[in-house]
Design a protein around this ligand. Structure first.
Ligand code: ADP
Ligand code: 5GP
Length: 191
């Protein structure tokens, strides 16, 4: 289904995976970003077809019934996210590697499916308290949404052993360097 390589970034919300993924996309590593579908509302300047395909729950469920997802999860109660098969095809047709920013369950499923063709990276914040600080200072979610995300973080941490590597995102500069180094090495290796 995909000729290039796949790199998956997963983490509890607030650990910093979107920050790291955005950095990697700026490096000219021939990555296409897998734009997920979601039923959550756009945040800030997010645009349909850029960060996400924003769908209604009905549209999302239609796509589930038509078997259009490679994987999907109800990541938070009533809030669906999924990777469309058409995204993987679109990026592969462009001859690009694929970069995913998805939750720990979706990430471990894609790793299982693609095996050695995929590098699965688990991003960890130094502590749950720091996760909460980051979500609060990001100022994009209501307090009850932040609480739901923090409540899920401990369970999400238990998925770490399904991943190839762990990056502790304490000092951002160091985490960006480590991510860059590991990803460049993986892309350069013959498989
Ligand atoms: P995620 O995509 O995992 O939910 P984000 O990349 O959106 O996380 O990061 C959450 C917030 O924390 C953002 O406001 C981001 O700028 C900030 N952040 C990311 N990494 C660090 C870090 N190492 N130290 C402090 N703040 C950070
Ligand atoms: P956010 O609402 O902060 O953008 O994302 C919430 C969570 O959903 C994050 O862990 C994010 O990585 C995850 N997510 C985004 N897209 C997908 C997807 O396609 N599939 C799955 N399983 N999770 C996703």
């Amino acid at each position: 289904m995909s000729e290039g390589k796949l790199v998956i970034f997963s983490a509890p919300s607030g650990a910093g995976k979107t920050t790291i993924v955005t950095h990697l996309l700026s490096l000219g590593l021939n990555f296409g970003f897998s734009i997920s579908a979601t039923t959550r509302k756009p945040r800030g300047s997010e645009q349909h077809g850029k960060e996400y395909y924003f769908l209604t729950t009905e549209e999302f469920k239609d796509k589930i019934n038509r078997n259009e997802f490679l994987e999907w999860e109800e990541v938070y109660p009533g809030c669906f996210y999924g990777t469309l098969k058409s995204e993987v095809e679109r990026i592969s047709k462009n001859g690009q590697n694929i970069l995913f920013d998805i939750d720990v369950v979706g990430g471990s499923n894609i790793k299982k499916f693609y095996g050695e063709k995929a590098l699965a990276v688990f991003v960890q914040a130094p502590s749950i308290a720091e996760l909460k600080n980051r979500l609060l200072s990001r100022s994009t979610d209501h307090p009850e949404v932040i609480d739901a995300r923090i409540a899920k973080a401990e369970l999400e941490m238990s998925y770490v052993h399904f991943f190839d590597i762990v990056i502790i995102n304490d000092k951002l500069e160091d985490a960006l360097c480590e991510a860059e180094e590991k990803v460049v090495r993986f892309l350069g290796a013959t498989s």
